[in-house]
Design a protein around this ligand. Structure first.
Ligand code: HEC
Length: 448
C-alpha cells in the first residue's frame, strides 16, 4: 500500500483535526452496516441449515427474511460498505503518513475481502428468492412425474449453490472484519503497538477482544434490526400469519438477548487495553455513555419479553446503534491522543513545507538586494548622502556588530541631529537579517 504515499497531501494541525472528524463519520456508517450484514447473513445461513435438516418451512422463510432485511439491497453494500472503507483508507494514509507503525496493509486486505464477501452475500441473498419459488413449485399439485423430478433437481441444485454462496460470503466478511478491526486497533493503541509480525497483529489480545466485541454486537444489532423491521411490516399488514410471526419473535429475541449479554465484558477489556496516556476523560465519558445505552437496550429487551411492540423494538435497535456509535467516538478520541505526537510532527512538516512555498528560510542574497532596492535605495546611496547618510560613512561602526545593525533597521532610533529621523521600514525579522548581512558584505567588498 506504499503507493498511497503519493497521494498524501501536506497537512496542518487544523487539517488533521478535520480528518479525524471525517474518519468518525465514515466509521459511523461503515461499522454498524457491516456488523448488521454480518449478523444477518450468519443468522440466515444458520436458519437455512436448520431448515434443510428439519425440513421446516418456517426456518427457510426466516432465513430469507433475515437476509433481505439486513442486507437492504445491492447498492447498500456499495454505498455503506465499500465507499466508506475506501475513504477510511485514504484518511488513515494521511494521518499515519511517514509513521513507523502503519495499518494500511491490514486495511487493503480488509477491502479486498469485503468486496469479495459482498459479491457472495448479494448472490446468496437473491438466490434465496429462487429457492422459495422452487420450494413452492414442488408443493404444487403437479401430476407429471418428469416435471416433478426436474423441479426437485433444480430446487436441490439452487439450494446447494445458495448455501455455498452464503458460507463463502460469511467467511470472507469474517476475515474482512477481522483485518479491519486489527487496522483500527493499531492507531488507537499507537504507542503500545509493539507487534512485529503481520499475522501476530491479528492474534494480539487487544485486537481479539475488540473483534469478539464486534461479533457479539453484530448479532445483537442485526437481531434488533430484524425485529424492528419485521414488526413494522406486520403493522403495515404486508403479511398475515400469526404462527410464523410468533416463531420469528421468539427466535430473534433469543439471539439478541444472548449476544448482547457478553458485550459489556468485552467493552471493559477493550478499555483496559488502551495505553494509559490514551485514557483521557473524554475517552472514559464516551465509554460510559456507550455502556449506559447498552443497559438501556437491555431494559427494552426486557420489555419485549413481556410484550412485543414495534416502538420498543425500534427503541432497542436505535439504543444499540447509538451505543456502538459512542464506542466509536471513544475509540477515535483514544486514537487522536495516542497519535498526538505523530500529528504534531506532521503539522511541523507542513509548516516547513509552507515556509518553503513562500520562499522563507532560503539564503536570500538576491532577495536582500531586491528588498534593498525597494525599501532603502530611495533614501540611501553608498557614497553620497541623500535623505539619509551615505552607507560608507555610517557602516564602519557596525562592522562585526550585525545584531545591532539588525536592531536599528527593524527599529530605527534618532542618531545624527543633522538628519531627520529614519522611518521604520516595516521589515520581517528574517528580511532585516538578510539586509544587514547584505549591507555588511557589500561594505567589506567595497573596502578591499
Ligand atoms: C525615508 C527615507 C529612508 C529610508 C526609506 C531608509 N532610511 Fe536609513 N536613514 C534615513 C535617515 C534620515 C537616517 C539618519 C537617521 C539619524 O541619523 O537619526 C538613516 C540612517 C540609516 C543608517 C545609519 C544608522 C546610524 O546608526 O547612524 C542605516 C544603517 C540605515 N539608515 C539603513 C537603512 C536601510 C537598511 C534601509 C532600508 C531597509 C533604510 N535605511 C531606509 C532615511 C531612510
Amino acid at each position: 500500500m506504499e503507493f498511497l504515499n503519493n497521494f498524501v497531501l501536506h497537512q496542518s494541525a487544523e487539517h488533521i483535526e478535520l480528518l479525524h472528524y471525517m474518519l468518525l463519520i465514515v466509521l459511523f456508517i461503515f461499522i454498524p452496516f457491516t456488523c448488521i450484514v454480518f449478523g444477518g447473513i450468519f443468522l440466515s445461513v444458520y436458519y437455512k441449515n436448520k431448515a434443510n435438516k428439519h425440513n421446516n418451512n418456517f426456518y427457510l422463510r426466516l432465513s430469507k427474511d433475515v437476509a433481505e432485511i439486513t442486507t437492504i439491497n445491492k447498492s447498500a453494500g456499495f454505498i455503506f460498505g465499500v465507499v466508506p472503507l475506501l475513504t477510511a483508507i485514504l484518511i488513515y494514509s494521511q494521518l499515519l503518513h511517514n509513521s513507523e507503525v502503519t495499518n494500511l496493509n491490514y486495511l487493503g486486505l480488509a477491502l479486498v475481502f469485503i468486496i469479495v464477501s459482498f459479491v457472495f452475500i448479494y448472490s446468496y441473498r437473491y438466490s434465496l428468492s429462487f429457492n422459495r419459488i422452487f420450494g413452492s413449485l414442488s408443493n404444487k399439485s403437479i401430476t407429471d412425474p418428469l416435471i416433478i423430478e426436474d423441479v426437485n433437481k433444480l430446487s436441490d441444485e439452487s439450494n446447494r449453490i445458495s448455501q455455498k454462496a452464503g458460507i463463502f460470503g460469511l467467511l470472507f466478511l469474517f476475515l474482512g472484519m477481522w483485518f479491519f478491526i486489527t487496522a483500527v486497533t493499531i492507531p488507537s493503541i499507537y504507542s503500545s503497538w509493539n507487534v512485529e509480525s503481520f499475522v501476530g497483529g491479528l492474534f494480539f489480545w487487544k485486537v481479539l477482544s475488540r473483534f469478539i466485541y464486534c461479533i457479539f454486537f453484530a448479532l445483537a444489532l442485526s437481531g434488533g434490526m430484524v425485529l424492528f423491521i419485521f414488526l413494522e411490516d406486520e403493522k403495515k399488514k404486508h403479511f398475515n400469519d400469526e404462527e410464523y410471526s410468533v416463531f420469528v419473535k421468539q427466535k430473534i429475541l433469543r439471539v439478541t438477548f444472548f449476544s448482547s449479554v457478553f458485550i459489556p465484558l468485552f467493552a471493559l477489556i477493550n478499555l483496559f487495553g488502551l495505553p494509559a496516556t490514551a485514557l483521557t476523560g473524554t475517552v472514559f465519558t464516551y465509554s460510559i455513555i456507550s455502556l449506559a445505552l447498552l443497559f438501556l437496550g437491555y431494559h427494552f429487551l426486557f420489555l419485549l419479553t413481556k410484550e412485543i411492540k414495534g416502538t420498543t423494538a425500534a427503541l432497542l435497535f436505535f439504543t444499540l446503534v447509538f451505543s456502538i456509535a459512542a464506542f466509536i467516538i471513544s475509540d477515535q478520541k483514544a486514537m487522536a491522543t495516542s497519535t498526538q505526537v505523530h500529528s504534531a510532527m506532521l503539522s511541523a512538516e507542513f509548516d516547513k513545507y509552507l515556509a518553503e512555498l513562500k520562499g522563507e528560510g532560503k539564503t536570500i542574497a538576491i532577495n536582500a538586494a531586491e528588498i534593498y532596492q525597494v525599501k532603502c535605495a530611495s533614501c540611501h546611496k553608498w557614497d553620497q548622502k541623500l535623505v539619509g547618510p551615505a552607507h560608507l560613512e555610517v557602516l564602519p561602526k557596525y562592522v562585526g556588530k550585525e545584531a545591532q545593525l539588525v536592531a536599528f533597521i527593524r527599529n530605527p532610533v534618532k542618531v545624527d541631529p543633522a538628519y531627520p529621523p529614519m522611518p521604520n521600514p516595516g521589515l520581517k525579522p528574517n528580511e532585516a537579517d538578510a539586509i544587514a548581512k547584505y549591507l555588511l558584505e557589500t561594505y567589506n567588498e567595497k573596502n578591499k
